[in-house]
Design a binder for this molecule. Structure first.
Ligand code: MMA
Ligand code: CA
Length: 252
């Protein structure tokens, strides 16, 4: 029994060895003819093969987590100016003003008022002096007695020394001022009005047509003889001989 078992074991071992040699040789290249040379130990692994072709695209992955907040972008262009807003609420009542400042301002006003009064009195006196000297002052026009008497031409010459014409009233107020001078000096005054160039057409010294007049009744009546104009103490006008001597009043 024992020998038979051993023998069977050996047969099995031989058959297994042959089977394994056959199996090994079948995988060898055909040039290694296992038929003649008994196969040796297995060779070492060869070099890794080349990379295979790219596989197909995988499925879309799940959405990643939200990233952190990025840096702020660049400042945009300036926008269009908006409409004016509505009036804000009334602010709180301010502090009470400095009482000392008010007292100081009042004192300054008092000083100024006194100075104005002094100036007014000063001017008033000067106007009186001017009136006695034969001067009448209006807003923009002054009349000034320049000579007690003279012909029309003499009078024009006197006034021309200061670049002034003879007096020529252009309204009732100015006429009244000249009337005062005629009364004051008790003399008629030559006006810088004449119709020497064209009979009956009275013009000022500068050639402008006379608009305001205050002729006495029946005047002008002198025709070509009376080409100059005088003002009476009653304020009325008369055309007169230019050679007559009258009070000379200049207009400044
Ligand atoms: C004078 C003379 C005239 C004037 C008359 C007015 C007599 O002439 O001044 O110019 O018109 O008086 O009566
Ligand atoms: Ca006359």
């Amino acid at each position: 029994m024992h020998l038979q078992g051993t023998f069977q074991f050996l047969l099995l071992a031989i058959s297994l060895t042959v089977a394994s040699e056959k199996a090994t040789c079948d995988s060898e290249p055909k040039t290694n003819t296992c038929n003649i040379v008994t196969c040796g130990l297995p060779g070492s692994n060869g070099l890794p093969g080349r990379d295979g072709n790219q596989g197909p695209k995988g499925e879309k992955g799940d959405q990643g987590q939200r990233g952190t907040l990025g840096p702020p972008g660049k400042v945009g262009p300036v926008g269009i100016k908006g409409e004016q807003g509505s009036l804000g609420p009334r602010g709180p009542k301010g502090d009470k003003g400095d009482i000392q400042e008010l007292i100081s301002l009042k004192a300054q006003i008092t000083v100024l008022q006194e100075q104005i009064s002094t100036l007014k009195a000063f001017i008033s006196k000067h106007i009186k002096v001017m009136k006695l000297s034969g001067i009448r002052s209006m807003e923009e026009k002054w009349f000034m007695v320049a000579a007690s008497e003279g012909t029309f031409e003499e009078g024009k010459k006197i006034c021309s020394h200061v670049g002034a014409p003879l007096a020529a009233p252009q309204n009732a107020r100015e006429n009244g001022a000249l009337q005062e001078l005629a009364q004051q000096f008790n003399k008629n005054i030559f006006l810088d009005i004449s119709d020497e160039k064209a009979e009956g057409k009275f013009l000022y010294w500068n050639g402008q047509t006379v608009r305001y007049t205050n002729w006495a009744s029946e005047e002008p009546n002198g025709g070509r003889k009376e080409n100059c104009v005088e003002i009476y103490a009653n304020g009325q006008w008369n055309d007169q001989l230019c050679s007559e001597k009258r009070l000379i009043v200049c207009q400044l």
